[in-house]
Structures are given as structure tokens and as C-alpha cells.
Design a protein. Sequence first.
Length: 365
Amino acid sequence: MSETWFIVPAEKHDDLVARAYSARGYSADEARDAARFCHSAARHGIRTHNALKALHLDDLFGSKVGRWTPGAEVEKLPSRFAASEAWDGHNKLGQAVAYRAMERCMELADQYGIGMVSVDNATHYLWGGGYVIDAALKGYIAYTNCTSATSEVVPFGGKTPTMGTNPHSWGFPTQEAVGFPIVIDWATSTVAMGRVQQFAREGKELGPGWAVDAEGKPTTDPNRAVALLPFGAHKGYGLGLIDELYAAFIGGGLPSVRGTAKGDAQEKRGSTFFFQCIHPEALHGHNYALGRTPKENVKACLADILGPGNEKCLLPGELEAKSARLTDQHGGLLFTRAEIESFAHLTDGLAEPPWKPEDFTTVTL
């Protein structure tokens, strides 16, 4: 089924997003990182975590309510380990912290073969796939996880949301093998809450098994959904629990009070981040069958997986790579009519007229 998309020049989009963040008190560097992130999400077709979601989160949990600190400085904490660093994010904008942390992991991986950075007192970095794509394109195997800003997921077998959507993101430098980085990126809920919000904007029903209402009963109405279910039942629950355990070791607070005013006043309210990069040369011993090089071996293994009978299977990251190509082909970021209309409120106070669909050219895909 074809759909009409509105083409927004990248410079126009990035300028609006940066100015929206600057108007909220964020530094020029933070605003630039925020715009860079939103551009990347839109370019790769990640409509659940574009600028609309990013600034909505800032309204709910960020500078608008005094929980995120524009201009905060990240503090590197003492550590006895050369290849890993522990940071206190001091509630700095999550996108700015995440880009910096992944860059540091790459530097450490160049030196030690592996690099890790953990971040306490973090905020929200939105789409983890964007950070691992950047690292994979530079030749690294990358991983990140974070705890969500609030508890929106009901543990398997329960009724009360006490866990975050807690995403995992892996990126692999497979460009020479398949033409793009393989990126495995998912929330551990059946869908992200951003998807529920997207469906509410577009008047669509949720899929069965995605969400529950205020009474803990399954619902397909996005306007009644108050909590999400883990994907794959106990398996998704376990994967989401991994993020909570990382957070507990890093120093994060209780999951059920994160992002709220509940519980003891001394409890911590922020999220945690974890980043890791591996230099591919740190993994291999040059002992490949038939004299293959490391890159040839990766290509051969993927070709074997997608062999006879599996030719039509997609690889993780393939859809994102296709979206990026389409975006580049049409000379701008692609948005739906509902999204263009939702962008209108971002211009408030910026001395810029609200965006209107008729202001942009369209393409039907």
C-alpha cells in the first residue's frame, strides 16, 4: 500500500530542532548533538524516536520539569581498569552523553581491543541503534543498553509495570559483506511506547499482546494503553531484566520510582547507560577455514545463513539502511502528514511560522 511522504530539507529540520533545544537552555553543543540524533533517526526511518518523541520526552522528564540539566558536565569517576570508564552524567542531555561515550569506547578499543563506558545519573538517549550504527560504520562491534525514563513494562506473569522498555542495541561492521551494518536494536517490550503514541496520532489499533490498560487488562486501543508487555513472554522479560541488573551494578535507583516522585526522597530518579566497543581484530586468531580473511569469513557465514530457501529473509538493519537510501535519494527527511502537523508546536517561541504540509514537496512510496 503506497503512502504520501513530505520531504523536509535536512538543514531546515536540523535548524528547527537545534533552536528548539537552545530555547530550552541547552548549550550549543547539546543542541547540535540533539539535532544530529533526530536527523539520524528520521533518516533511518525510526519514526518512534524522531524529534517529536525527543522533545516530548524533554517536556515530560527533562528541562521543562527540572530533571535534566542543560549545560551539565560529565564527570569521569575513579577506576582501576584501563579499558573501562565510569561516568556520572549529572543529568546531562542523553544524546550528548551517548555520542561522547561511544566515541570514548572506540578510542579505548583501539588501544585495548575493547572499551566500556558506564553512565550513572543519566537521562534518556532515545534510539540506541543510532549510536551503534555510527560505531559499526567506523569498523567496530558495538553494544549499548539503557534503562528507560519510567517503568512502563509489566513483568511476565504480572499486572503492575515495574520495569522499563529497556532496549538493547548491537551493531556489526558488515558493510563489505552485505552493504550495510547489521544492527539488532529492540526494546524488550513488544513495542516501544513511542509506537503506541504514533498509532494514537494516526488513529490505528495496537496489535494484540502489546499493551494493557489501567486495570492490567490487554487492550488494542492506544488511548487506553498505560503499560506494555514484554516481547516473547518470559524471554523478553529476561532480556529487560538484564538492563535493570546492569543499572543496579552501575548505581541506578529502584526501577519503580525512576522518573517519578514516589518512594523515599533519597532514592535516585535517573537512568543508566552502558556502552561497549570491540575492535574486530581482538576477536580473531587468523585461523579461518579455506584460507578466508576475517571479512571473507563474515561474508561467507551470512551467505550460508541466507542460502537456499532463505533468500528472501531480511537481515537486521536492512530496513534502516533502505530508509537511509530513500532519504538520500529524495534529498530530504521523510515525514507523514500527521508528523508534519505535529511539528507545528515545535516552532512556538522560535519566531518561525508553524510547518504546514503544503509547504513541502511530496513523494508517494
